[in-house]
Design a protein around this ligand. Structure first.
Ligand SMILES: *[C@@H]1O[C@H](CO)[C@@H](O)[C@H](O)[C@H]1NC(C)=O
Ligand SMILES: *[C@@H]1O[C@H](CO)[C@@H](O)[C@H](O)[C@H]1NC(C)=O
Ligand SMILES: *[C@@H]1O[C@H](CO)[C@@H](O)[C@H](O)[C@H]1NC(C)=O
Ligand SMILES: *[C@@H]1O[C@H](CO)[C@@H](O)[C@H](O)[C@H]1NC(C)=O
Ligand SMILES: *[C@@H]1O[C@H](CO)[C@@H](O)[C@H](O)[C@H]1NC(C)=O
Ligand SMILES: *[C@@H]1O[C@H](CO)[C@@H](O)[C@H](O)[C@H]1NC(C)=O
Ligand SMILES: *[C@@H]1O[C@H](CO)[C@@H](O)[C@H](O)[C@H]1NC(C)=O
Ligand SMILES: *[C@@H]1O[C@H](CO)[C@@H](O)[C@H](O)[C@H]1NC(C)=O
Ligand SMILES: *[C@@H]1O[C@H](CO)[C@@H](O)[C@H](O)[C@H]1NC(C)=O
Length: 400
């Protein structure tokens, strides 16, 4: 399931080995003039009168060295992107002087050091891409003064600290926030639901704690909520309100909270989540009780991952209604009763993992209809009777 956890907003990088030198200014300018990257003024004026350039994009090459200081003279730049190279050094403080910038993308490089305070002077910045570097320290408090910011991407660094409680008020235009794979902690700020256009909250692999904000459902454009591998809590009294509130998020496609500290019983309001939902993964928590029968409403689910919890009761018959399911993972729980024969309707299913439960009775012959199935693992249950009478078209059957 881990492949679901990472944002896919960056273009796929395909960088073969062998970086080209980019540190010498001479090389830098040769590279610059080879690429169609600037306004026509950049080319018309043959010398270094390049200050009218508004776009400089060198992303997804094999450039090495540090970010050349010459760029500091391109004072009209609106877009500066050097993402997806092999650039070292730091983000130079002079970037804060490029006051026209609306996009700064330096992601997927080898940049170190901290995020310079000076970036908070880029009052027109809409896209800030810092992801996949080796950036250290905290996200400077002043950065949350960039009130035009729409995309904040800094995942896969070594950033620490917590998110300010008023983040959603100070960044009212935020659409996407990617901060996964850092060392961030503290609570998920309730004010996120004040950023009314927010669509992607992608902050897995951190140490966020506490209960989820109760009214995330005010984010009517919310489509992805990735919070896997954090320390989010819930019990029978508190912590599940957010799920109920998400019923208003009609674009919700992915809800992934694998490996947190969610306990208590799943609310029946799960039945009211958007029918657009494709990924529902709440595995590796301490959720008890049964899966609400209303799960049958989520007819576009492609992955349902509830494994490694304390779930009891039977597997709802209605799971057979989820015709788009590719992956059904309910292993390592305490399910009892029969395997519903309706699972034989899930003809798209690729993996069916029900191992380590208390399931009993016969294996339903209908499972023989699952022609796409590559992994069928029913081991360590209390199943009896004959092995599937109608031969399953499985390529691989695991047996533990
Ligand atoms: C990037 O640079 C580092 C150190 O300068 C070097 O070891 C590495 O091979 C380079 N990677 C690529 C893909 O060029
Ligand atoms: C910026 O431009 C000025 C004037 O053309 C020049 O003197 C200076 O060296 C340039 N700075 C950098 C870092 O290239
Ligand atoms: C930014 O510009 C100001 C004024 O033009 C200048 O004093 C300052 O040194 C510049 N900062 C950097 C980091 O280059
Ligand atoms: C944010 O901007 C306000 C007003 O422009 C200023 O007073 C405040 O000091 C800034 N905050 C930070 C943390 O820079
Ligand atoms: C933020 O949302 C809350 C409701 O959750 C509301 O009471 C508050 O006024 C909002 N704040 C701002 C600054 O819009
Ligand atoms: C959900 O929508 C209903 C009707 O549009 C509204 O009354 C309710 O306040 C909304 N709930 C949340 C949590 O935003
Ligand atoms: C689903 O939403 C409807 C309408 O808002 C409500 O009547 C119903 O009780 C909800 N169902 C659950 C299981 O929460
Ligand atoms: C779904 O599965 C059940 C139980 O195997 C079966 O009775 C039913 O006809 C199936 N529905 C469809 C539409 O195939
Ligand atoms: C397994 O099934 C047998 C016979 O039906 C029953 O006696 C036993 O308690 C079951 N064991 C578990 C762990 O459910």
């Amino acid at each position: 399931m881990s492949a679901i956890g990472r944002g896919s907003h960056a273009p796929a990088s395909d960088t073969p080995g062998g970086s080209q030198p980019w540190s010498s200014s001479l090389m830098a300018w040769q590279v610059l003039s080879l690429l169609s990257l600037a306004t026509s003024a950049f080319f018309e004026e043959s010398t270094y009168q390049t200050t009218d350039s508004t776009v400089l994009s060198l992303s997804y090459n094999q450039l090495a060295g540090t970010i050349p200081d010459e760029i500091s003279n391109l004072s009209k730049l609106k877009i500066l992107s050097v993402a997806g190279n092999n650039i070292t050094g730091v983000i130079p403080p002079w970037v804060g002087n490029l006051s026209h910038l609306s996009e700064l993308s330096v992601g997927t490089n080898n940049l170190g050091g901290g995020i310079p305070e000076e970036l908070s002077r880029l009052a027109r910045l809409e896209v800030l891409g810092l992801e996949d570097n080796m950036l250290l320290g905290i996200i400077p408090a002043s950065l949350y003064n960039l009130s035009s910011l729409q995309v904040l991407s800094a995942e896969a660094n070594q950033l620490q600290g917590s998110l300010p409680s008023d983040i959603g008020i100070r960044l009212p235009d935020l659409r996407s926030i990617y901060l996964g794979s850092n060392k961030l902690g503290g609570p998920i700020p309730a004010s996120l639901s004040n950023a009314s256009r927010l669509s992607i909250i992608n902050i897995p692999d951190n140490a966020f704690t506490g209960f989820m904000p109760t009214d995330l459902g005010r984010l009517k454009y919310l489509s992805e909520l990735f919070l896997d591998r954090n320390r989010i809590e819930a019990d029978n009294v508190h912590g599940w309100e957010f799920l109920t509130s998400l019923k208003n998020c009609s674009y919700l496609k992915r809800l992934v909270m694998l490996d947190n500290k969610l306990g208590g019983v799943l609310p029946t309001s799960i039945a009211n989540l958007s029918t657009q939902l494709e990924y529902l993964v709440m595995a590796s928590n301490q959720i008890s009780g049964s899966i609400p029968s209303g799960i049958k409403n989520l007819v576009n689910l492609k992955a349902l991952g509830m494994f490694e919890n304390l779930l009891t009761g039977t597997i709802p018959e209605g799971v057979g209604n989820l015709r788009q399911l590719r992956r059904l993972g309910l292993f390592n729980n305490r399910f009892t009763g029969f395997i519903p024969s309706s699972l034989g309707n899930l003809t798209q299913l690729i993996t069916l993992d029900l191992y380590v439960n208390g399931l009993q009775g016969p294996i339903p012959p209908s499972l023989g209809n699952l022609r796409q199935l590559q992994v069928l693992d029913l081991s360590q249950n209390n199943l009896s009777g004959n092995v599937i009478t109608q031969p399953a078209q499985t390529k691989k059957k695991k047996n533990r």
